[in-house]
Design a protein around this ligand. Structure first.
Ligand code: ATP
Ligand code: MG
Length: 439
């Protein structure tokens, strides 16, 4: 029987790997300039961490986590997101005493048992960015601006495409949210018969989450629901107004969405989502917000915080497209890098051993060099070089060594060049120079 990958878990073939690696590198370079430090946290955490942080009655904890008992009967969960783990790390390692701001990022897989579809996997990758410092709208504007800068980075040489839309909202605080929640609950109870079964359940457990339902009939009800912005206390009002002023000033466009909510309980005040064109129903590429009390709730000190996560797969689709549809940028140049710079065609015993040494030299110089040690005809090897999309091939047989002249073939232009050489070292240097200048 053929063994298949677990549903919703995806292999990254070289073409995908190249795109993801490119995007991650772009993101890392930008994050460095903002003084974020890269960390790695475990993929597995105690289940309790996520129940306490994300919230017991959220969809993620109720339905989406991969939770199991290990051999010691301890309940463990594959992380569905990274914020909780980073908070756990800060508390456990006592990092909260370090000078502020604390700024971390991590790149890695997250796991959620959701229905797989375009842009929705069970193992997906996030670039997760977290900042612990102060309750300040400037910090929010900076982090939003950073998220946008990262997403748009692939366009640095091209005309910027308007594919990303930023939506912002505030969820209020412990002073103003309860009254809103109460009124929303009342409204949802009154309109209960028009909500889907999942939302009916959500009413008492997690009423705010109803606002996020994607089902048309629910959306219709929600469009008439009370909105949080009308319930803000003085502080929340001023804070949100201030954030918008800063965003206006630095020229970041946004859409205010007073019904924007997040699927995790720890958020307070400012939250945001960045949506992209071309993604279909799963169009949120990045999302984040403020979570000032999470560290405290997990047993640490009070330390305001804000963060966001970019979904790597969705980001990649928004740029390069997928199997169904091309993207706004071509990945041709990136994928070209996967082709061998040079393929050595070795004919005869003497050239096999010398070719081995030549390949080692070229590889040490950083060229992508391919050699097969099969004794095949010139014609067969040239064909192979072509199939492997090698940029150059070097023909090296006994004849060539006798005459001290080798043939370097530019596979794309189909032109050949003779390289005269004194010895193997001389040949190695000359081949390297030619290929390097031509690639
Ligand atoms: P959505 O409901 O749009 O899936 P979410 O609110 O559950 O998103 P977050 O927890 O905020 O998502 O995660 C941040 C980002 O991670 C999302 O914007 C998305 O790009 C990505 N992401 C989340 N879940 C998945 C998934 N199952 N598959 C692929 N990417 C995902
Ligand atoms: Mg989700």
């Amino acid at each position: 029987m053929k063994i298949q990958a677990v549903r919703g878990f995806k292999d990254w073939l070289p073409e995908e790997f190249a795109k993801y690696e490119y995007l991650i590198e772009l993101a890392k370079n930008i994050l460095k300039t903002y003084n974020y430090k890269e960390i790695k946290i475990p993929i597995l955490e105690k289940t309790e961490l996520f129940v306490r942080s994300i919230g017991e009655f959220t969809d993620i904890v109720q339905k989406e986590t991969y939770t199991f008992q290990d051999r010691n009967k301890e309940f463990l969960t594959l992380r569905p997101e990274a914020t909780a783990g980073i908070c756990r790390m800060i508390i456990e390692r006592g990092l909260f005493v370090n000078p502020k701001p604390l700024k971390f990022f991590t790149v890695g897989p997250m796991f959620r048992h959701e229905r797989p579809q375009k842009g929705r996997l069970r193992e997906f990758f996030q670039i997760d960015v977290e900042l612990f410092s102060e309750l300040n709208p400037y910090i929010e504007a900076e982090i939003i601006s950073l998220a946008m800068e990262i997403l748009k980075a692939p366009f640095f040489q091209e005309k910027e495409q308007k594919i990303y839309t930023l939506e912002i909202n505030s969820l209020g605080c412990s002073e103003c949210r309860p009254k809103y929640r109460e009124d929303l609950l009342k409204f949802l109870e009154e309109n209960k018969e028009n909500l889907c079964d999942t939302c009916k359940e959500r009413i008492t457990r997690n009423p705010l989450r109803v606002l996020d339902c994607k089902i048309e009939t629910c959306k219709k009800v929600i469009s008439k629901s009370p909105i949080i912005t009308e319930y803000f206390c003085e502080d929340c009002n001023a804070h949100f107004k201030n954030l918008k002023e800063i965003l206006d000033f630095i020229g970041i466009r946004y859409v205010e969405n007073p019904r924007l909510v997040r699927g995790l309980d720890y958020y307070v005040r400012t939250i945001f989502e960045i949506k992209a064109k071309g993604l279909g129903a799963q169009d949120t590429v990045a999302a984040g917000g403020r979570y000032d009390y999470l560290l405290e709730e997990l047993g640490g000190p009070y330390l305001p915080a804000i963060g966001f996560a970019i979904g790597l797969e969705r980001w990649s689709i928004s740029i390069f497209g997928d199997e169904e549809k091309g993207g706004v940028l071509s990945s041709e140049k990136l994928l070209e890098k996967l082709n061998p710079d040079i393929f050595l065609i070795l004919l005869g015993k003497e050239s096999l051993i010398k070719g081995f040494q030549l390949a080692t030299f070229l590889r040490k110089k950083g060229l992508r060099c391919e050699v097969t040690y099969e004794e095949k005809s010139l014609k067969a090897q040239l064909k192979n070089a072509d199939k492997l999309s090698a940029k150059y091939s070097l023909i090296l047989g006994e004849e060539e060594f006798k005459k001290k002249s080798a043939v370097l073939r530019d596979m794309r232009k189909s032109i050949q060049d003779n390289i005269e050489f004194k010895d193997l070292e001389d040949l190695s240097v000359k081949v390297f120079e030619k290929v390097k200048n031509g690639v």
